[in-house]
Write a protein that binds this ligand. Structure first.
Ligand code: FDP
Length: 343
């Protein structure tokens, strides 16, 4: 069926590229040195290279496992290694990034020649179990400021609460590649145009709807849920027309994909602590804190079930944490119902 009101976009209009968008932001802050802009560009460069590798994965003998295990005891995929190495190579350049901690590295890498004051935390390729089956995967990152006068950074330099992030974002390698970025004020999405070789601004000022109608959790773990999570899970399925229940269930199993849908359409994503994973499954530094930073900047909410995710100070690099993110009202309902039972 044709849509009579649609007309093709003006061929002469060129959208704002990620680089222009960041630069324009910089010009509004006359004191900015350009280092932060340049660092973001290096992350965008890594995203461009990773998306190219992901898109050609089936042709380039990069699917499957390397035979190694990572620090979490998980089997490492070849694309995990490629994404991790790409981030290291990209951030090593230009000297703005003093160190990088990732889910794949036992210890952070430090860039000895760096003069800039930034540290980066990242999950280079999130959703590993979906790599081989063409389901959306992604890269998650957070940027921390580092005071150079404190001396060279150490692994402890990364152990900071998410509320201290200077910026966070993710790249979703889905039906298209989209980079979502925030410096804490306003969340913006940029879509990769392979023909132009650029990310263009496509989703300006993303707001997470105040309430949604879908929930996202691994229901296969329901036997291990706490009593509070069981009660919340059952409540979501009880019909209540005025409240929009029952909610629909959506679960991809790639955090980036489940979070992106939740951010755009509203609803709730939960990977709570359960009897199988008493501290939760997702990593505080590389997954939970950046996502929490993005959701709060978009008007949503992020909790562990007991406290604000952005207030959790990591005790170790690879620490796991329960993560519940989504629409303000949906996360508040989770806190209220789960909080009724002390377990
Ligand atoms: P994966 O194990 O495939 O790497 O970070 C790990 C993660 O994926 C998240 O992307 C995802 O949300 C979650 O684990 C899925 O875990 P379950 O398979 O236990 O549901």
């Amino acid at each position: 069926m044709s849509n009579a009101s649609w007309s093709p976009p003006d061929a002469s209009s060129v959208g704002s590229t990620l680089e222009t968008f960041i630069l324009e932001g910089m010009f509004q802050r006359p004191a900015a040195t350009g280092a932060f802009t340049s660092l973001l560009n290096q992350i965008a460069l890594a995203a461009k290279i990773i998306t190219t590798r992901v898109r050609r994965a089936g042709l380039a003998d990069v699917l499957g496992y390397t035979g190694d295990e990572n620090v979490q005891g998980e089997r490492v995929q070849k694309l995990d290694v490629i994404a991790n190495d790409t981030l290291i190579a990209s951030l090593r350049r230009r000297g703005h990034c003093a160190g990088l901690a990732t889910e794949e590295l036992v210890d952070p890498v430090f860039f000895a020649n760096a003069t800039g004051g930034y540290l980066v935390v990242a999950d280079p390729l999130d959703g590993s179990s979906n790599i081989d089956v063409n389901i959306s995967i992604g890269t998650i990152f957070g940027i921390l400021r580092y005071e150079r006068s404190a001396g060279p950074p150490t692994p402890q330099s990364f152990l900071r609460a998410g509320r201290e992030l200077a910026a966070a974002g993710y790249v979703i390698y889905g039906s298209s590649t989209v980079l979502v970025l925030t410096t804490g004020k306003g969340v913006h999405g940029f879509t990769w145009d392979p023909s132009a070789g650029e990310f263009f601004l496509s989703h300006e000022n993303i707001r997470c709807p105040e309430k949604g109608n879908s929930y996202s959790i691994n229901e296969g773990n329901s036997a291990y849920y706490t009593e509070g999570v069981k009660r919340w899970n059952a409540w979501l399925k009880q019909p209540d027309k005025a409240d929009g229940r029952p909610y629909s269930h959506r679960y991809v199993g790639s955090l980036v994909a489940d979070a992106h849908r939740t951010l755009m359409k509203g609803g709730i994503f939960a990977y709570p602590a359960d009897k199988k994973s008493p501290r939760g499954k997702l990593r505080l530094l590389y997954e939970a804190s950046p996502m929490a930073f993005i959701f709060e900047a978009a008007g949503g909410k992020a909790t562990t079930g007991r406290e604000r995710v952005l207030d959790v100070v990591p005790e170790e690099l690879h620490q796991r944490v329960p993560l519940v993110i989504g629409s303000l009202k949906d996360v508040e309902a989770y806190e209220r119902i789960v909080g009724e039972i002390d377990d």
